[in-house]
Every structure is written in C-alpha cells, then in structure tokens.
Ligand binder design. Structure first.
Ligand code: UDP
Length: 406
C-alpha cells in the first residue's frame, strides 16, 4: 500500500476526542472483527446519507468490521415515487395509488434478486430500500436507519410502511421526537461528519481563494452561503428573501450552492425555478464539487440552513466545524445542533432570519464567538467516531439474540 492508499484510522481521531476514547472504541470493536456488515441506500452521491456512508463504511472497516455499501437501482418512475414518499414522511401530501405501490414493490423485489444480502448485519437507509426485508431470510439483525424528519409523517403512508418497518430488529431515528408507536425497538443516533474528508479538512487561504476564483465568486463583500440539495424543504427561496431584506442594511453577496442527487428527481426543477432570481450579487450554482463546499463554508461570514423540515443538517455541522456561524431553521434535528444565541441562531421567519443575519454581519466579534462555540459543539458531539461507537454498542446489544461476536 503506498501512502496515497492509506485510510483514516480511528487513531487519527485521538487529536479531537482523546486517546482514551479511541482506546474505548477499539476495545468495543474487537469482538466484531470480521463481522460482515452491509449498508444499503439509494444513491452514491448527493445528500447526507451518501456523505455519511462514504466515511462511515471505511471507518468501520478500519476497526476490523468488514463493511460494504450497496445501492439499489430504479427507474425514474421509482425515484419519483420514493421522493413523494420522502416528502410525505416530512408532512407533505401523497396520493398512494395502487399503481405507485405496485411500481415501488416491483422495483424493490428486483433489487432483492440482484442483491444477495446474507450478511451478519444489514443496515437499510431511508424508505427507498425499506421493503427489501420482505424478500430475505434473515441471518442476523436487520436495522432500518431513517434519516428523514419524522415529526409529522403522512398517516396513510406511515400505515402502509409500518408492516415493513416492524420486520426489522431495530429502527434508528435521528432524534427522540421522531419516536413512533412501533413494535420494533427504537434508537436515536444523530449523524456525524468526517473531519478528514475533502469537504471538511483544513484548507489554506490559497486553496480557498483558488476554488472561489475558479467559479468567479466575488469576495469583495461578506459571503452569505447556503449549501443544500435543491429541495423546497431547504427553503432556498426563503434564503433569497432574507438576503434581499438584509442587504438593505448591510452589503453582502449571496451564494446558493446545490447538487442534484441521483434519487431526487425534483432537484432540477427547483434549481431552474431559482435561476430566475439570479443577479450579480445572488449567485446560484449547481455543481458537484466538495472542495468548493469546503471553501465556501470556510470563507462565508454566515452560513444558512433555513430548512422547514430537516432530519439532521449535515451542512450545519460542516459549517460549524469550520468556525462559521450558522443560522438554521428552527426545525427537526437542527434544534439539537444549534443552541439559539450561543453557537448560532435558530429562526422561524424571514424577518427573524434577516435580523439575525444583519446582526452577525455587523459584528465580527459575535461571529468569531459563535463560530468558536460551534466548532466545539461539533468536536464534542458530531464527529464520525461517536457514530461508529453507537453502531458498535448496537451490535453488542444483539449479542444474546444473534451471537454476533466472531
Ligand atoms: N452537498 C454537497 N454539495 C452540494 C450540496 C450539498 O456536497 O452542492 C452535501 C452537503 O455538504 C452535505 C450533504 O450534501 O454533506 C447534505 O446533507 P444534509 O444532511 O444537509 O441534507 P440532505 O441532503 O441529506 O437532506
């Protein structure tokens, strides 16, 4: 293995979480060396789940758990239905016709034929592959990990999904507010970020300037940034309105950066609708460029994540880790990330958001204070090492039922 092929090891986290924590995690992993685990989701890129899995699957391997990552395939029809399900789980409406359910179940069946999931542990992410469990004889625990904001799911859809969910051995939601009446045991894991990834690692001033210059993003005025899939729940329209109000009081440039995930067919349409609002100081970019995300989150004076629904905002943790103050929508998991007025601001309206933005833009000291506290919050609570440890604890809890230890 040459030096370019070395992977991040749990020991690399010692500088953030301390040697004792690293030793504890390694000890917990020891009984699961050679355990065969797979994660299954519906996209390799775009969105928080793919982001998480690309780091978590490697970190699990680094402690000896043989962990893979599968992706289900489907026609645009299928992803249009699963996106509707996603929206309805976040409280939107859905017309659950027989035809839609037939397409969903057929594509799931086809995927179950293609994927031979005979692992010791199977972890299924989000609703897209949820129903696969119907087609397997379980060899070990199956876990459903739902990343969506489930504070107010559509009852009809929830009723349809429940029999699938209850076949699982455990369900993981992001926060305890999403707890449901289910026969299956429920756990709560908040997601986490990888401080070593291209998106989050330190960047020099030159590297930051190079990325911004490459996309002709002006840096003469403070940058206000939102990085998000183009999705209405992320309220990009609202961010533009906030910006227009705030710039009457303080000069700044707005950048909305988004990408379009494979499993999100609505992204293109949302992006196009936003383009009408593009002007010299309102920059709307659709790019797949993780180094650009990093550079923008570092260079920004303020980062927004003005979501109306949000299971947990990885982008919030990413910006906080970079010492940039975040204004987040007072919704879902963001409430667990931002302590209002301490390490960022939580907002519920356009006016409130504009007020907080002006306040931050006018006060460098406040930005620095909040940024520093935000970074500390992420170090304490939202690094990948914590998530790994929670999964190891979960594997331990199955010990008596499935004899998982090697
Ligand atoms: N992201 C990205 N490029 C973009 C937009 C988003 O890399 O143009 C990443 C972002 O940095 C984060 C993830 O996609 O890591 C989004 O996760 P989040 O939990 O914020 O939202 P989700 O898309 O899962 O709803």
């Amino acid at each position: 293995m040459n030096k370019h092929q070395s992977l991040i090891q749990i020991d690399d986290y010692a500088k953030y979480i301390g040697k004792d924590s690293v030793a504890r995690i390694k000890e917990k992993a020891r009984p699961f060396r050679n355990l065969h685990v797979t994660h299954v989701n519906s996209t390799y890129y775009g969105g928080g789940v793919a982001e998480l899995l690309s780091s978590l699957s490697l970190l699990m391997n680094s402690v000896g758990v043989r962990t893979g990552w599968r992706m289900i395939q489907g026609s645009p029809d299928f992803f249009s239905i699963t996106k509707k399900m996603h929206n309805a789980l976040q409280g939107g409406k859905i017309n659950l016709t027989h035809r839609k359910l037939q397409i969903y179940e057929e594509v799931i069946y086809e995927n179950s034929i293609r994927n031979h999931l005979d692992h010791d542990v199977v972890i299924i992410h989000d609703p897209q592959p949820l129903a696969m469990i119907d087609h397997y004889k379980k060899k070990g625990p199956w876990i459903w990990r739902c990343h969506i904001d489930l504070s107010n799911p559509n009852p009809e859809l929830w009723k349809y999904l429940t029999p699938f969910i209850e076949k699982y051995d455990a369900v993981i939601f992001s926060i305890k507010e999403y707890k449901k009446r289910l026969k299956t045991p429920q756990l709560f894991f908040m997601p986490a970020i990888d401080p070593f990834s291209i998106k989050n690692r330190e960047l020099s001033k030159e590297e930051i300037d190079e990325r911004l210059c490459h996309y002709r993003i002006p840096t003469d005025l403070p940058l206000v940034v939102q990085v998000s899939r183009f999705d209405r729940w992320k309220d990009p329209e609202g961010v533009i309105q906030v910006y227009k109000l705030a710039r009457k009081k303080v000069e700044c440039t707005l950048v909305l950066l988004g990408d379009v995930a494979l499993d999100d067919p609505e992204g293109e349409e949302v992006y196009k609708s936003l383009l009408k609002q593009q002007e010299e100081r309102i920059i709307i970019l659709s790019r797949q460029d993780t180094a650009l995300v990093n550079a923008l989150q570092r260079k920004a004076a303020v980062v927004f994540q003005k979501s109306i629904r949000e299971g947990f905002g990885l982008t919030v943790a990413e910006a906080m880790w970079k010492g940039t103050p975040v204004i987040g929508g007072d919704a879902g998991g963001i409430r667990y990330q931002i302590e209002d007025g301490i390490n960022g601001f939580l907002v519920s309206s356009i006016n409130e958001a504009a007020d907080r933005l002006v306040k931050l833009l006018k006060n460098k000291k406040l930005r620095e204070q909040m940024g520093k506290k935000g970074k500390e919050t992420v170090r304490e609570k939202f690094l990948m090492s914590r998530l790994l440890e929670q999964y190891l604890d979960l594997f331990s809890s199955f010990e008596t039922v499935y004899r998982l230890k090697a």
